[in-house]
Ligand binder design. Structure first.
Ligand SMILES: [Zn+2]
Length: 500
């Protein structure tokens, strides 16, 4: 059983003391406080479809009554069903909203496309056709504002392959094929993103921008170093487009050697997955390839640096228009699993252009996802290590104490995991003004036989996040997949902590 990383009882006692200070009543304890009695950001991710299905005021009532929500993370741009659609087909529908799947989900921009902001890109009119002429920002913003609820635009780096001109902005993989993902070094994509945030910032009275890019560079992709990574094609790594080639050249990176190195890595990964053990073992052979081709690491960082430049450009664009509009990022769940990916999420570096960071720490689906990560790297670089031992090594280096490889898909990760991840993030941005808003899991889909969210689990996760010093939480991934009782679990935590 995992050990609790904090004393919940004494924390609740000090939270009660904070409430007493706020309400002017006599504190029941003289316990010294570490928390400041300051208003916390209680956010929820929600897509247009929920407001369409259930009515704007009805949804806002539910948010306020059940979870004390004071900030919407409104999915305004994505082609991903994960944040903008209804429940994933095949998963049980929750106890609210329309009781059918949106099998014709399309995605795009759920607000009005103001053409003047898209002059410098080939991605012109990406209006989502899902709800006719509905402009979700124009509809929800005034209703939320009337209640004192803030609205942050929530944008995702997810596209579909059937959009006009999309082939001109897609990444190119090792074999020269177009990838589904778009290239940060392609001016048409960079200009699209900047035009999009300019459009939202100038056209609406928004309270913030959050963009999420759930991607990683070529090294992580080649190794399958993520949850679900076993399905990744080591030959599908990116980006080898002409813009990247040009930029690499300017930085003195030998593009031909990069390709050669990733070709060697591709062969290693395919052989490893096939159980073809190299004479010196899996890890040593991987490291030998990395030593022979240091360009592999250079290329990984080249990609990550391009992502950071994109963050910085978006931040600067919004600030140049409205300096007080907060800008931040959704940091992918893989940050909790892959030490390679975590190393690239340098919070001191990110804090330079982040008003807030939504660090994903989804505890419930974190169980199956952690097991999936172990299964994937356990079939490539760490194939010589039995799964349970590999998981124990993982817990040591990532600083967790969770259950066994066999158990976690059925139990999820504990609230102690949320505490440790939130604390690490808060400590990671020490000295910066960046706020940490952990992403809390409410009913994120898992396999039929796997762990499911509960009201108590949700409540414990929210308490753990605040106990660790977070300034807010973001209930995720989207209202349209959440059960009402689990949403209430979050509200119970907020009330118990005295934040309302
Ligand atoms: Zn490229």
């Amino acid at each position: 059983m995992p050990r609790t990383g904090f004393d919940r009882r004494s924390f609740l006692k000090s939270a009660a003391a904070i409430t007493a200070v706020l309400t002017g009543s006599k504190p029941s304890s003289t316990h010294s406080q570490t928390e400041k009695p300051k208003k916390k950001m209680i956010g929820i991710q929600v897509g247009a479809v929920s407001f369409v299905d259930e009515g704007v005021d009805k949804v806002l009532d539910v948010f306020q009554e059940r979870a004390q929500v004071n900030t919407l993370f409104l999915a305004v741009f994505t082609y991903g069903r994960g944040i903008a659609g209804r429940q994933v087909p095949g998963q049980p529908l929750p106890d609210h909203g329309k009781q059918e799947y949106d099998l014709n989900f399309h995605g795009g921009n759920y607000a009005t496309v103001h053409a003047q902001y898209y002059k410098d890109t080939v991605l012109k009119n990406l209006r989502a056709p899902d709800h006719g002429d509905l402009d979700i920002l124009a509809t929800v913003l005034p209703a939320a504002k009337k209640r004192g609820i803030q609205t942050i635009c929530w944008l995702e780096d997810v596209f579909r392959p059937d959009l006009p001109n999309i082939e001109k902005v897609q990444e190119r993989d090792l074999s020269g094929r177009n990838a589904r993902t778009l290239c940060f070094n392609n001016p048409d994509y960079r200009n699209f993103l900047l035009g999009l945030v300019e459009d939202y910032t100038r056209s609406y009275d928004i309270d913030g921008i959050m963009w999420g890019s759930e991607r990683m560079g070529a090294l992580g992709n080649a190794l399958g170093a993520s949850h679900g990574g076993a399905n990744r094609d080591p030959g599908g790594v990116t980006c080898f487009c002409s813009f990247c080639e040009q930029k690499a050249k300017q930085q003195g990176i030998n593009f031909a050697r990069v390709r050669e190195g990733y070709g060697a890595l591709e062969k290693f990964v395919r052989d490893s997955r096939g159980g073809k053990r190299p004479v010196d073992g899996y890890f040593v052979t991987f490291w030998r390839i990395a030593l022979r081709y240091p360009e592999i690491l250079a290329w990984e960082m080249f990609w990550t640096q391009s992502l950071r430049e994109t963050y910085s450009a978006i931040h600067d664009k919004v600030k140049s228009i409205k300096p007080n509009v907060p800008v931040g990022w959704h940091i992918w769940h893989n940050n909790s699993f892959s030490p390679f990916y975590r190393a690239e999420q340098d919070l001191q570096e990110l804090s330079k252009y982040s008003d807030f960071l939504k660090m994903v720490m989804y505890h419930n689906c974190g169980g199956p996802r952690m097991a999936s990560y172990i299964d994937s790297v356990g079939s490539t670089i760490f194939r010589d290590v039995p799964k349970q031992q590999l998981l124990e090594f993982e817990y040591r280096i990532m600083n967790y104490e969770e259950r066994s490889h066999e158990q976690i898909p059925n139990t999820g990760l504990s609230s102690d995991y949320v505490y440790r991840e939130a604390k690490r993030a808060v400590d990671g941005v020490a000295g910066a003004k960046t706020q940490i808003w952990p992403g809390i899991d409410i009913d994120i889909p898992t396999g039929a036989s796997q762990s499911k969210s509960t009201p108590q689990g949700t409540k414990d996760a929210v308490i753990a996040a605040f106990r660790a010093g977070a300034q807010g939480v973001i209930l995720s991934r989207k209202y349209s997949e959440m059960k009402l009782a689990n949403l209430s679990g979050a509200g119970e935590a907020v009330r118990e902590l005295g934040f309302v």
